[in-house]
Write a protein that binds this ligand. Sequence first.
Ligand code: HSE
Length: 420
Amino acid sequence: MVKIGILGVGTVGQSVANILESNADILEARAGKKIIAKSGVVKNLSKKRDVTITLSDNPLDVIDDPEIDIVVELMGGVEEPYELVKRALKNGKAVVTANKALLAYHRYELQELAGDLPLMYEASTAGGIPIIGALRNGLAANHIESIQGIMNGTCNYMLSKMINEGAKYDEILKEAQDLGYAEADPTFDVGGFDAAHKLLILSSIAYGIDAKPEDIVIEGIDKITQTDVAFAKEFGYEIKLLGIAKRADNGVELRVHATMIPQESMIAKVDGVMNAVSVVGDRVGETMFYGPGAGGDATASAVIADIVDIVRGNQGPMLGYKKGLESGLKLLSKDEITTHYYLRMEVDDESGVLSKVSGILDKSGISIESMLQKPHTDDERVKLLFTTHECKEAQITEAIDALKVEPCVYGEVVMMRIEK
Ligand code: HSE
């Protein structure tokens, strides 16, 4: 028999305890041993929980309990769970965590500390989608060329509603919170940080990149306007908040931002709170993973998959390798990002303006792919919109800086990255 202790018995923790009980037969058959949820730890003991396990408000009641074999960490936060997970490992216990922030900061130290003890984290990224197992095991034969995904259900829900129904940002954020998908502090969602934590975890498995959130490009959905949504459609694109890891000749791009993607691509069709991740391997080609990225039972499903794997003895290093994965592959700087771009600006409706603007793009070595000019009916200005051929972010930044000080250009020059 294997006994489980749960740190954090909120929505996911209650689902884990209940599924372990209600699906006990099938779990015993699959794992080869009986699995019992023994105890849990909560901050507030007076709050009612829908579980039959013993509850305590002292984490050490689980971590130092010699009967507990596997500690499930579902607390959230970074430093407190880090200390508790370290102590659990020191006590010789296997650990399952759903904590993406913990892993975004401490995954390499934890892998070192865990050594041969299992430390698993399927639920940390894209909730119920088995993307960690897919990258660690299913795609192990491949060099990973790219990972692109909708990794935050709250943002995708908000964008779908804003784009399809013209819904207002604040109202739609409230709806996402009511659905129970948003983080306690929703700036983690709308600012792109939640997706970035997940991207960092995936990029460690795929490329061995040891980066922290501060090291990569993270932009949220707060600057997207209906104007750009409408123009994206005219150019044949949808706008999604994507986590992107892309291998180039000299390194790996890691970035989270609102992205224009072709309307006919599979990811463009993923609406609402669902997550979807596309992984391209050099041998398998494109693989696509779709499913619920959050929610009690969906996330618990991933937690329990890890428990079953541990009980079966399917271990191996936490990140899927010990040393030497893709040695020499480095994180590329923001300037080195290479992609297509969308630019929008407002300019004087006069002769010579278009050639001035295109001259600035040309000076930075940017080749225009398509262009649209939209006249205003009420003044003497027009909107100019461009999509570009591939170029480096440094070129776009240089051109935007030059456009901003050009007297015929008014206000902000809006830029969005395009992935094809
Ligand atoms: N806040 C996250 C989301 C929950 O909206 O996807 C799962 O990490």
